[in-house]
Design a protein around this ligand. Structure first.
Ligand code: LLP
Length: 405
Protein backbone atom coordinates (compact mmCIF):
# COMPACT_ATOMS: atom_id res chain seq x y z
CA UNK A 1 0.00 0.00 0.00
CA UNK A 2 2.80 2.38 0.93
CA UNK A 3 4.43 1.64 -2.36
CA UNK A 4 1.25 2.58 -4.24
CA UNK A 5 1.18 5.86 -2.37
CA UNK A 6 4.79 6.43 -3.34
CA UNK A 7 4.31 5.56 -7.00
CA UNK A 8 0.87 7.02 -7.58
CA UNK A 9 1.18 9.94 -5.26
CA UNK A 10 -1.45 10.97 -2.75
CA UNK A 11 -4.33 11.39 -2.35
CA UNK A 12 -5.56 8.24 -4.08
CA UNK A 13 -8.20 5.59 -3.70
CA UNK A 14 -7.02 1.99 -3.76
CA UNK A 15 -9.41 -0.96 -4.11
CA UNK A 16 -8.69 -4.60 -3.40
CA UNK A 17 -10.04 -6.79 -6.21
CA UNK A 18 -10.04 -9.90 -4.01
CA UNK A 19 -12.41 -8.29 -1.53
CA UNK A 20 -14.85 -7.26 -4.26
CA UNK A 21 -14.78 -10.77 -5.67
CA UNK A 22 -15.27 -12.26 -2.21
CA UNK A 23 -18.30 -10.07 -1.58
CA UNK A 24 -19.77 -11.01 -4.96
CA UNK A 25 -19.24 -14.69 -4.30
CA UNK A 26 -20.93 -14.49 -0.91
CA UNK A 27 -24.14 -13.09 -2.36
CA UNK A 28 -24.16 -15.46 -5.31
CA UNK A 29 -23.78 -18.41 -2.93
CA UNK A 30 -26.51 -17.23 -0.57
CA UNK A 31 -29.55 -18.49 -2.46
CA UNK A 32 -28.31 -21.47 -4.39
CA UNK A 33 -31.58 -23.09 -5.29
CA UNK A 34 -33.90 -20.16 -5.40
CA UNK A 35 -34.78 -17.73 -8.16
CA UNK A 36 -32.82 -14.80 -6.75
CA UNK A 37 -30.85 -12.30 -8.85
CA UNK A 38 -28.41 -9.66 -7.63
CA UNK A 39 -27.87 -6.17 -8.93
CA UNK A 40 -25.05 -3.80 -8.01
CA UNK A 41 -26.14 -0.29 -7.00
CA UNK A 42 -23.46 1.51 -8.98
CA UNK A 43 -23.82 4.76 -7.07
CA UNK A 44 -21.56 3.21 -4.44
CA UNK A 45 -18.60 3.12 -6.83
CA UNK A 46 -18.97 3.50 -10.57
CA UNK A 47 -15.40 3.23 -11.73
CA UNK A 48 -15.73 1.38 -15.06
CA UNK A 49 -13.18 -1.27 -14.04
CA UNK A 50 -15.18 -2.05 -10.93
CA UNK A 51 -18.41 -2.20 -12.93
CA UNK A 52 -16.84 -4.62 -15.33
CA UNK A 53 -15.40 -6.76 -12.52
CA UNK A 54 -18.74 -7.08 -10.73
CA UNK A 55 -20.68 -7.60 -13.92
CA UNK A 56 -18.40 -10.46 -14.97
CA UNK A 57 -19.35 -12.32 -11.83
CA UNK A 58 -22.96 -12.43 -13.06
CA UNK A 59 -24.44 -9.41 -11.32
CA UNK A 60 -26.65 -6.84 -13.06
CA UNK A 61 -26.83 -3.09 -12.56
CA UNK A 62 -29.02 -0.95 -10.35
CA UNK A 63 -29.10 2.69 -11.40
CA UNK A 64 -30.77 5.84 -10.10
CA UNK A 65 -30.14 8.41 -12.81
CA UNK A 66 -30.18 8.48 -16.58
CA UNK A 67 -26.46 9.19 -16.51
CA UNK A 68 -25.89 5.96 -14.59
CA UNK A 69 -28.05 4.12 -17.14
CA UNK A 70 -25.91 5.49 -19.97
CA UNK A 71 -22.77 4.42 -18.16
CA UNK A 72 -24.05 0.87 -17.67
CA UNK A 73 -25.03 0.59 -21.32
CA UNK A 74 -21.30 0.40 -22.03
CA UNK A 75 -21.11 -2.84 -20.07
CA UNK A 76 -24.09 -4.77 -21.32
CA UNK A 77 -25.92 -5.21 -24.61
CA UNK A 78 -28.99 -6.29 -22.71
CA UNK A 79 -30.97 -3.32 -21.40
CA UNK A 80 -33.01 -5.70 -19.22
CA UNK A 81 -29.88 -6.12 -17.08
CA UNK A 82 -30.27 -2.49 -16.07
CA UNK A 83 -32.78 -1.57 -13.41
CA UNK A 84 -33.47 2.17 -13.30
CA UNK A 85 -35.07 3.52 -10.13
CA UNK A 86 -36.27 6.98 -10.99
CA UNK A 87 -36.41 9.84 -8.53
CA UNK A 88 -37.99 13.07 -9.84
CA UNK A 89 -37.21 11.87 -13.36
CA UNK A 90 -37.87 14.30 -16.21
CA UNK A 91 -40.06 13.50 -19.24
CA UNK A 92 -36.98 13.52 -21.45
CA UNK A 93 -35.22 11.02 -19.19
CA UNK A 94 -38.31 8.81 -19.11
CA UNK A 95 -38.63 8.89 -22.86
CA UNK A 96 -34.97 7.96 -23.32
CA UNK A 97 -35.25 5.12 -20.79
CA UNK A 98 -38.33 3.75 -22.54
CA UNK A 99 -36.59 3.90 -25.93
CA UNK A 100 -33.61 2.12 -24.46
CA UNK A 101 -35.68 -0.68 -22.96
CA UNK A 102 -34.28 -0.67 -19.42
CA UNK A 103 -36.51 -1.74 -16.55
CA UNK A 104 -38.01 1.43 -15.18
CA UNK A 105 -38.95 1.58 -11.50
CA UNK A 106 -41.43 4.37 -10.83
CA UNK A 107 -41.82 5.96 -7.42
CA UNK A 108 -44.81 8.30 -7.63
CA UNK A 109 -48.36 8.28 -9.00
CA UNK A 110 -47.79 11.44 -11.05
CA UNK A 111 -44.81 9.88 -12.79
CA UNK A 112 -46.66 6.59 -13.24
CA UNK A 113 -49.44 8.47 -14.99
CA UNK A 114 -46.96 10.14 -17.36
CA UNK A 115 -45.44 6.71 -18.00
CA UNK A 116 -48.83 5.16 -18.68
CA UNK A 117 -49.69 7.90 -21.17
CA UNK A 118 -46.47 7.35 -23.11
CA UNK A 119 -47.44 5.59 -26.35
CA UNK A 120 -44.38 3.34 -26.38
CA UNK A 121 -44.41 2.39 -22.71
CA UNK A 122 -45.49 -1.17 -22.03
CA UNK A 123 -44.41 -2.32 -18.58
CA UNK A 124 -42.68 -1.06 -15.46
CA UNK A 125 -41.92 -1.73 -11.83
CA UNK A 126 -43.35 0.43 -9.05
CA UNK A 127 -41.50 1.52 -5.94
CA UNK A 128 -43.49 1.21 -2.74
CA UNK A 129 -42.92 3.12 0.47
CA UNK A 130 -43.30 0.25 2.93
CA UNK A 131 -43.44 2.58 5.98
CA UNK A 132 -40.52 0.65 7.44
CA UNK A 133 -37.23 2.48 7.30
CA UNK A 134 -33.70 1.88 8.51
CA UNK A 135 -30.17 3.08 7.83
CA UNK A 136 -26.92 4.16 9.44
CA UNK A 137 -28.14 7.78 9.55
CA UNK A 138 -31.48 9.59 9.26
CA UNK A 139 -30.35 10.99 5.89
CA UNK A 140 -30.17 7.54 4.33
CA UNK A 141 -33.42 6.16 5.70
CA UNK A 142 -35.59 5.79 2.60
CA UNK A 143 -38.42 3.54 3.76
CA UNK A 144 -39.79 5.76 6.48
CA UNK A 145 -43.39 6.79 5.80
CA UNK A 146 -42.44 10.47 5.45
CA UNK A 147 -39.41 9.92 3.21
CA UNK A 148 -39.64 11.29 -0.32
CA UNK A 149 -39.37 7.83 -1.85
CA UNK A 150 -42.00 5.43 -3.09
CA UNK A 151 -45.74 5.20 -3.53
CA UNK A 152 -47.68 4.95 -0.28
CA UNK A 153 -49.34 1.65 0.45
CA UNK A 154 -52.67 3.48 0.61
CA UNK A 155 -52.21 4.56 -3.03
CA UNK A 156 -51.57 1.15 -4.48
CA UNK A 157 -55.10 0.67 -5.68
CA UNK A 158 -54.75 3.87 -7.65
CA UNK A 159 -51.49 2.66 -9.19
CA UNK A 160 -53.10 -0.60 -10.25
CA UNK A 161 -56.09 1.28 -11.67
CA UNK A 162 -53.85 3.63 -13.64
CA UNK A 163 -51.97 0.79 -15.30
CA UNK A 164 -55.23 -0.95 -16.12
CA UNK A 165 -56.80 2.18 -17.58
CA UNK A 166 -53.92 2.65 -20.02
CA UNK A 167 -53.33 -1.04 -20.71
CA UNK A 168 -49.82 -1.15 -19.21
CA UNK A 169 -48.36 -3.93 -17.08
CA UNK A 170 -46.84 -3.52 -13.65
CA UNK A 171 -44.33 -6.35 -13.75
CA UNK A 172 -42.31 -5.58 -10.63
CA UNK A 173 -42.65 -4.34 -7.07
CA UNK A 174 -39.76 -2.63 -5.34
CA UNK A 175 -38.79 -1.14 -2.00
CA UNK A 176 -35.45 -0.01 -0.58
CA UNK A 177 -35.71 0.79 3.11
CA UNK A 178 -32.37 2.49 3.62
CA UNK A 179 -28.62 2.24 3.46
CA UNK A 180 -26.50 0.57 6.11
CA UNK A 181 -29.44 -1.25 7.68
CA UNK A 182 -28.98 -1.60 11.42
CA UNK A 183 -31.72 -4.13 12.15
CA UNK A 184 -31.95 -6.85 9.50
CA UNK A 185 -35.39 -7.71 10.94
CA UNK A 186 -36.59 -4.44 9.42
CA UNK A 187 -35.56 -5.65 5.98
CA UNK A 188 -37.35 -8.94 6.54
CA UNK A 189 -40.44 -7.06 7.75
CA UNK A 190 -40.43 -4.85 4.65
CA UNK A 191 -40.01 -7.95 2.46
CA UNK A 192 -43.11 -9.42 4.07
CA UNK A 193 -45.00 -6.20 3.35
CA UNK A 194 -44.02 -6.37 -0.32
CA UNK A 195 -44.89 -10.03 -0.63
CA UNK A 196 -48.29 -9.36 0.90
CA UNK A 197 -48.91 -6.36 -1.36
CA UNK A 198 -47.85 -8.31 -4.42
CA UNK A 199 -51.22 -10.10 -4.27
CA UNK A 200 -52.83 -6.90 -5.52
CA UNK A 201 -50.89 -7.13 -8.81
CA UNK A 202 -51.73 -9.63 -11.52
CA UNK A 203 -48.77 -9.22 -13.91
CA UNK A 204 -45.79 -9.45 -11.56
CA UNK A 205 -42.66 -11.21 -12.74
CA UNK A 206 -40.36 -10.07 -9.91
CA UNK A 207 -40.10 -8.39 -6.53
CA UNK A 208 -37.02 -6.28 -5.77
CA UNK A 209 -36.25 -5.81 -2.09
CA UNK A 210 -33.57 -3.12 -2.53
CA UNK A 211 -30.14 -3.03 -0.94
CA UNK A 212 -28.82 -1.58 2.29
CA UNK A 213 -26.71 -4.47 3.59
CA UNK A 214 -24.39 -2.77 6.09
CA UNK A 215 -20.61 -2.66 6.38
CA UNK A 216 -18.90 -2.91 9.78
CA UNK A 217 -16.97 0.37 9.87
CA UNK A 218 -15.88 0.02 13.51
CA UNK A 219 -14.24 -3.01 15.02
CA UNK A 220 -17.07 -3.13 17.56
CA UNK A 221 -19.62 -3.63 14.76
CA UNK A 222 -20.57 -7.14 13.75
CA UNK A 223 -20.48 -7.94 10.04
CA UNK A 224 -23.86 -8.49 8.38
CA UNK A 225 -24.62 -12.19 8.59
CA UNK A 226 -25.57 -12.85 4.99
CA UNK A 227 -25.98 -16.59 5.55
CA UNK A 228 -28.45 -16.01 8.38
CA UNK A 229 -30.30 -13.40 6.35
CA UNK A 230 -30.38 -15.85 3.45
CA UNK A 231 -32.05 -18.48 5.61
CA UNK A 232 -34.75 -16.07 6.80
CA UNK A 233 -35.38 -14.79 3.28
CA UNK A 234 -35.37 -18.33 1.82
CA UNK A 235 -38.19 -19.32 4.16
CA UNK A 236 -40.25 -16.39 2.86
CA UNK A 237 -39.50 -17.25 -0.76
CA UNK A 238 -40.32 -20.91 -0.33
CA UNK A 239 -43.78 -20.07 0.97
CA UNK A 240 -44.32 -17.34 -1.61
CA UNK A 241 -43.19 -19.18 -4.73
CA UNK A 242 -46.15 -21.55 -4.80
CA UNK A 243 -48.47 -20.40 -7.54
CA UNK A 244 -46.02 -17.88 -9.00
CA UNK A 245 -45.58 -18.02 -12.78
CA UNK A 246 -42.60 -19.58 -14.52
CA UNK A 247 -39.62 -17.21 -14.45
CA UNK A 248 -40.80 -15.31 -11.39
CA UNK A 249 -37.81 -14.10 -9.36
CA UNK A 250 -36.63 -11.97 -6.47
CA UNK A 251 -33.97 -9.29 -6.60
CA UNK A 252 -31.64 -7.45 -4.24
CA UNK A 253 -29.58 -4.40 -5.16
CA UNK A 254 -26.86 -3.60 -2.61
CA UNK A 255 -24.05 -1.20 -3.41
CA UNK A 256 -21.94 -0.74 -0.30
CA UNK A 257 -21.81 -4.49 0.30
CA UNK A 258 -19.66 -5.11 -2.77
CA UNK A 259 -17.11 -2.34 -2.48
CA UNK A 260 -16.92 -0.56 0.89
CA UNK A 261 -14.45 -2.87 2.60
CA UNK A 262 -12.33 -3.13 -0.53
CA UNK A 263 -11.36 0.54 -0.58
CA UNK A 264 -8.81 2.80 1.09
CA UNK A 265 -8.22 6.49 0.69
CA UNK A 266 -4.50 7.15 1.02
CA UNK A 267 -3.34 10.58 2.04
CA UNK A 268 -0.16 12.24 3.24
CA UNK A 269 0.36 14.33 6.36
CA UNK A 270 1.06 17.91 5.29
CA UNK A 271 1.03 19.64 8.62
CA UNK A 272 0.90 18.87 12.32
CA UNK A 273 -0.34 21.50 14.69
CA UNK A 274 -1.35 21.89 18.33
CA UNK A 275 -4.21 24.21 19.06
CA UNK A 276 -5.03 24.71 22.71
CA UNK A 277 -6.68 21.35 23.14
CA UNK A 278 -6.63 19.73 19.73
CA UNK A 279 -3.73 18.17 17.93
CA UNK A 280 -4.36 18.26 14.19
CA UNK A 281 -2.92 16.15 11.44
CA UNK A 282 -3.53 18.11 8.25
CA UNK A 283 -3.75 15.97 5.11
CA UNK A 284 -3.68 16.41 1.34
CA UNK A 285 -7.29 15.22 1.03
CA UNK A 286 -10.52 16.32 2.66
CA UNK A 287 -14.29 16.48 2.54
CA UNK A 288 -14.20 16.95 -1.23
CA UNK A 289 -12.78 13.43 -1.57
CA UNK A 290 -14.53 11.75 1.34
CA UNK A 291 -17.84 13.39 2.23
CA UNK A 292 -19.18 10.68 4.51
CA UNK A 293 -17.73 11.90 7.82
CA UNK A 294 -19.16 15.36 7.22
CA UNK A 295 -22.66 14.44 5.97
CA UNK A 296 -23.35 11.44 8.18
CA UNK A 297 -20.81 11.74 11.00
CA UNK A 298 -19.52 8.53 9.47
CA UNK A 299 -16.59 6.70 10.98
CA UNK A 300 -13.68 5.38 8.95
CA UNK A 301 -10.80 3.65 10.72
CA UNK A 302 -7.53 5.49 10.14
CA UNK A 303 -4.16 3.76 10.00
CA UNK A 304 -0.76 5.44 9.82
CA UNK A 305 0.85 3.16 7.25
CA UNK A 306 4.29 4.72 7.71
CA UNK A 307 4.23 4.00 11.44
CA UNK A 308 2.41 0.68 11.29
CA UNK A 309 4.80 -0.94 13.80
CA UNK A 310 4.64 1.92 16.30
CA UNK A 311 2.48 2.10 19.41
CA UNK A 312 -0.62 4.28 19.10
CA UNK A 313 -0.25 6.71 22.00
CA UNK A 314 -1.29 10.11 20.61
CA UNK A 315 -4.73 11.57 20.02
CA UNK A 316 -5.10 13.27 16.66
CA UNK A 317 -7.92 15.02 14.86
CA UNK A 318 -7.47 14.54 11.14
CA UNK A 319 -8.33 17.53 9.02
CA UNK A 320 -8.56 18.12 5.30
CA UNK A 321 -7.22 20.78 2.97
CA UNK A 322 -10.56 22.42 2.24
CA UNK A 323 -11.18 25.93 3.45
CA UNK A 324 -14.00 25.09 5.87
CA UNK A 325 -13.63 24.49 9.57
CA UNK A 326 -16.04 21.56 9.23
CA UNK A 327 -13.55 19.76 7.01
CA UNK A 328 -12.60 17.16 9.61
CA UNK A 329 -12.41 13.55 8.54
CA UNK A 330 -11.83 11.99 11.96
CA UNK A 331 -11.88 13.25 15.54
CA UNK A 332 -9.65 12.17 18.43
CA UNK A 333 -8.01 9.12 16.91
CA UNK A 334 -5.40 7.20 18.83
CA UNK A 335 -2.45 6.84 16.47
CA UNK A 336 1.33 6.46 16.71
CA UNK A 337 3.19 9.74 16.91
CA UNK A 338 3.09 11.11 13.39
CA UNK A 339 5.61 13.01 11.29
CA UNK A 340 5.30 15.15 8.21
CA UNK A 341 4.82 13.05 5.02
CA UNK A 342 3.51 9.98 6.85
CA UNK A 343 0.94 8.13 4.77
CA UNK A 344 -2.46 7.58 6.36
CA UNK A 345 -5.16 5.20 5.11
CA UNK A 346 -8.87 5.81 5.60
CA UNK A 347 -10.32 2.31 5.63
CA UNK A 348 -13.60 0.97 4.23
CA UNK A 349 -13.76 3.88 1.82
CA UNK A 350 -14.62 1.93 -1.34
CA UNK A 351 -18.32 2.87 -1.26
CA UNK A 352 -19.62 6.41 -1.60
CA UNK A 353 -16.08 7.79 -1.49
CA UNK A 354 -15.02 8.64 -5.01
CA UNK A 355 -18.59 8.77 -6.35
CA UNK A 356 -19.42 11.57 -3.93
CA UNK A 357 -16.16 13.45 -4.52
CA UNK A 358 -16.25 16.96 -5.93
CA UNK A 359 -13.91 19.70 -7.06
CA UNK A 360 -14.85 22.07 -4.26
CA UNK A 361 -12.19 24.74 -3.77
CA UNK A 362 -11.50 23.86 -7.41
CA UNK A 363 -9.47 20.92 -6.13
CA UNK A 364 -8.42 18.09 -8.43
CA UNK A 365 -9.96 14.62 -8.14
CA UNK A 366 -7.72 11.84 -6.82
CA UNK A 367 -6.45 8.79 -8.68
CA UNK A 368 -7.98 5.34 -8.29
CA UNK A 369 -6.01 2.10 -8.37
CA UNK A 370 -6.93 -1.56 -8.23
CA UNK A 371 -4.84 -4.10 -6.35
CA UNK A 372 -5.32 -7.14 -8.55
CA UNK A 373 -5.53 -10.70 -7.30
CA UNK A 374 -2.16 -11.42 -8.99
CA UNK A 375 -0.54 -8.82 -6.71
CA UNK A 376 -0.09 -6.12 -9.35
CA UNK A 377 -1.53 -2.65 -9.18
CA UNK A 378 -3.46 -1.08 -11.99
CA UNK A 379 -4.24 2.61 -12.22
CA UNK A 380 -7.94 2.63 -13.10
CA UNK A 381 -8.32 6.40 -13.15
CA UNK A 382 -5.37 8.72 -13.14
CA UNK A 383 -5.38 11.71 -10.83
CA UNK A 384 -6.31 15.03 -12.30
CA UNK A 385 -3.48 17.50 -12.15
CA UNK A 386 -4.18 20.98 -10.80
CA UNK A 387 -3.42 22.38 -14.25
CA UNK A 388 -5.84 19.99 -15.98
CA UNK A 389 -8.55 20.75 -13.47
CA UNK A 390 -8.34 24.46 -14.08
CA UNK A 391 -7.92 24.10 -17.84
CA UNK A 392 -11.02 21.85 -18.13
CA UNK A 393 -13.02 24.25 -16.02
CA UNK A 394 -12.00 27.28 -18.03
CA UNK A 395 -12.69 25.45 -21.24
CA UNK A 396 -16.25 24.51 -20.15
CA UNK A 397 -17.00 28.08 -19.12
CA UNK A 398 -15.29 29.73 -22.06
CA UNK A 399 -18.34 30.33 -24.22
CA UNK A 400 -21.29 32.28 -23.05
CA UNK A 401 -24.65 32.00 -24.75
CA UNK A 402 -27.36 34.56 -24.44
CA UNK A 403 -30.83 33.14 -24.09
CA UNK A 404 -33.33 35.41 -25.80
CA UNK A 405 -36.38 36.09 -23.72
N1 LLP B 1 -31.14 0.94 -4.09
C1 LLP B 1 -31.59 2.20 -3.96
C2 LLP B 1 -32.88 2.58 -4.57
C3 LLP B 1 -30.82 3.15 -3.25
O1 LLP B 1 -31.27 4.39 -3.12
C4 LLP B 1 -29.58 2.75 -2.69
C5 LLP B 1 -28.76 3.71 -1.96
C6 LLP B 1 -29.16 1.41 -2.86
C7 LLP B 1 -29.96 0.54 -3.57
C8 LLP B 1 -27.86 0.90 -2.35
O2 LLP B 1 -27.74 1.02 -0.98
P1 LLP B 1 -26.50 0.32 -0.23
O3 LLP B 1 -26.64 -1.17 -0.43
O4 LLP B 1 -25.26 0.81 -0.84
O5 LLP B 1 -26.64 0.71 1.18
N2 LLP B 1 -24.06 8.14 0.58
C9 LLP B 1 -24.57 7.30 1.63
C10 LLP B 1 -25.41 6.18 1.12
C11 LLP B 1 -26.60 6.66 0.32
C12 LLP B 1 -27.30 5.53 -0.34
C13 LLP B 1 -28.40 6.00 -1.18
N3 LLP B 1 -29.11 4.93 -1.81
C14 LLP B 1 -23.37 6.79 2.44
O6 LLP B 1 -22.25 7.15 2.13
O7 LLP B 1 -23.55 6.06 3.40
Amino acid sequence: MLQVARQLGTPCYVYNEAVIMRQSRIVLDTFENQPVKWLYAIKANDNPHILSLIQKSGIGFDTVSFEEVLLCRHFTDNPRQIFYTENSMSDAEMDAAIQMGVILNIGSLKRLERFCRHPEATECCVRINPAIGDGHHARVNTGDSESKFGIRIGQIEEAVALAKKYGKRIIGLHAHIGSGIKEPENLIAAMKVLIELSKEFSDLTFINFGGGMPTPYRSSEKPFDMAHFGRLASALFEADLKGRPEGFHYLFEPGRWFVAEAGFLLTKVQTIKDQLETRYLGTDTGMHHLMRPIIYDAWHDVVNLTKIEHTPDQLYTISGNICESGDILAFDRLLPEAEMDDVLAFCDAGAYGMTMASQYNRRALPAEALLKTDGTFQIIRPAQTAEETVAEFLDKCRFTTTINS
